[in-house]
Design a protein. Structure first.
Length: 277
């Protein structure tokens, strides 16, 4: 049973190292493809390739737009010869227990009908010490709605990448989204998602990534307990030039967030959130 991981990245120097090192020991191969980084992400990717020579396939795919994003994902899929693959975004960091749970489920699963795995996540906002409540999430899988994502997919016949960035997904040969086939399994294996935090070297670098400007949110989330156990890769050795993940919200952010947070909470209560962006 072979399991690969797919990681596309552009201007992710703050989190790329932690993301890849959080899963690399649990997959057979990781496709690490750059889509036009202008910060230190490519340098980080080279360091990762040097560290994990046998497992990482590094490639400069070239620039993508929201409209041709699915082609990049399809190219990764076409290169994959595994039985299952994981979608590991460059802004997500896994606990060892969580990634082990998912990969063990895939390897030991006796339910032949299962074709994908859905997991929960902590969606961070403001800094690494705060997160959105699950009620702020808009993804629905059966009776679960909130901060959930489809993260492991079986290489079924005819599977393909479909849709523009923001509403993109994996589909079967009839064009149905994989989750609509009713063949997914929920595994309680959360990870940390830093999608709403700064990700490139600066906000200028973040602005160069399609649709990332929409993810700049001024909001104060729920504070993690003081004894919260963060993913292990955040504490492991890293190149010195990689920014510290432990930076807190600055005063400007706190001021704007204190104004916008009550308004956004009210908006979520009144208006139904849509999937995608």
């Amino acid at each position: 049973m072979k399991i690969w991981a797919h990681t596309l990245f552009k201007n992710e120097e703050r989190w790329l190292w932690f993301s890849v090192t959080s899963v690399i020991d649990y997959v057979d191969k990781l496709l690490l493809w750059d889509t036009g980084s202008t910060d230190k992400s490519w340098e980080i990717a080279l360091r990762l390739k040097e560290k994990y020579k046998e497992k990482i396939e590094l490639y400069q795919y070239g620039s993508v737009t929201p409209e041709n994003f699915s082609k990049a994902r399809q190219a990764m899929l076409d290169k994959t010869t595994a039985d299952w693959f994981l979608v590991v975004d460059a802004d997500e960091i896994w606990w060892e227990e969580s990634i082990r749970k998912v990969t063990d489920f895939i390897k030991l699963n006796k339910e032949k009908s299962v074709e994908s795995v859905v997991v929960p996540n902590y969606n961070l906002v403001g800094d690494i010490y705060h997160y959105f409540p699950n009620s702020a999430g808009s993804y629905t899988f059966g009776d679960k709605k909130g901060n959930y994502t489809l993260r492991a997919i079986k290489m079924i016949s005819g599977i393909r990448s479909m849709g523009n960035h923001g509403v993109w997904g994996w589909a079967d040969k009839e064009g149905r989204q994989i989750q609509e086939r009713g063949t997914y399994k929920f595994v309680d294996a959360p990870y940390i998602h830093t999608t709403f935090l700064p990700r490139g070297e600066s906000r200028v670098d973040d602005q160069k990534v399609p649709k990332r400007a929409k993810k700049l949110k001024y909001e104060i989330g729920i504070e993690f307990p003081k004894d919260f156990y963060y993913p292990e890769s955040l504490f492991k050795e890293k190149p010195d030039f990689i920014p510290s993940p432990w930076k807190t919200m600055d005063y400007k952010y706190k001021f704007l967030a204190s104004i916008q947070t009550p308004l956004k909470k009210m908006k979520r209560k009144i208006f139904k959130s849509k999937v995608g962006y």
